[in-house]
Write a protein that binds this ligand. Structure first.
Ligand SMILES: [Zn+2]
Length: 132
């Protein structure tokens, strides 16, 4: 992996709002650290106070490889975001199943046939991604 690829991965990480941004070691309120090339090596730089960090986590540079990320055609950073989103989906599905299983009423009404039609239609729309 060359320095340009590493810089692109750092840039993608630092502009992704779902990831934990790398921040300045002097003041975390400074602009998030920026990847720059210095003497042939990629480092992180604070553009507000010139703070420099020479060790860049391999998850951020994209240099960690994982069989799962490779299988899914993702970088390790993208896999991190994907798995977080996936956890959110699985949590919501569990919550939905529980609410239906227990006949949990809506705040203003009970579950009824139109609730089931609505849920079924939405689920069909989602499941169609796998069928077509
Ligand atoms: Zn700073």
């Amino acid at each position: 992996m060359n320095n340009n690829e590493i810089l692109n991965n750092i840039n993608a990480w630092q502009s992704n709002t779902m990831l934990h941004l790398l921040t300045c070691g002097n003041d975390s309120k400074h602009t998030p650290l920026k990847g720059v090339e210095e003497n042939g090596k990629v480092i992180l730089l604070c553009i507000d106070c010139d703070y420099r960090q020479s060790n860049v986590p391999p998850t951020v540079t994209g240099q960690i490889t994982s069989p799962l990320a490779d299988n899914l055609g993702m970088t390790a950073g993208e896999l991190t975001v994907f798995l977080r989103a996936r956890d959110g989906v699985l949590h919501k599905l569990g919550d939905l199943k529980h609410k239906i299983d227990t006949f949990e009423p809506h705040p203003e009404s009970k579950q009824d046939l139109s609730t089931m039609h609505h849920v079924s239609e939405q689920l069909d729309n989602i499941l169609n991604c796998w069928y077509y």
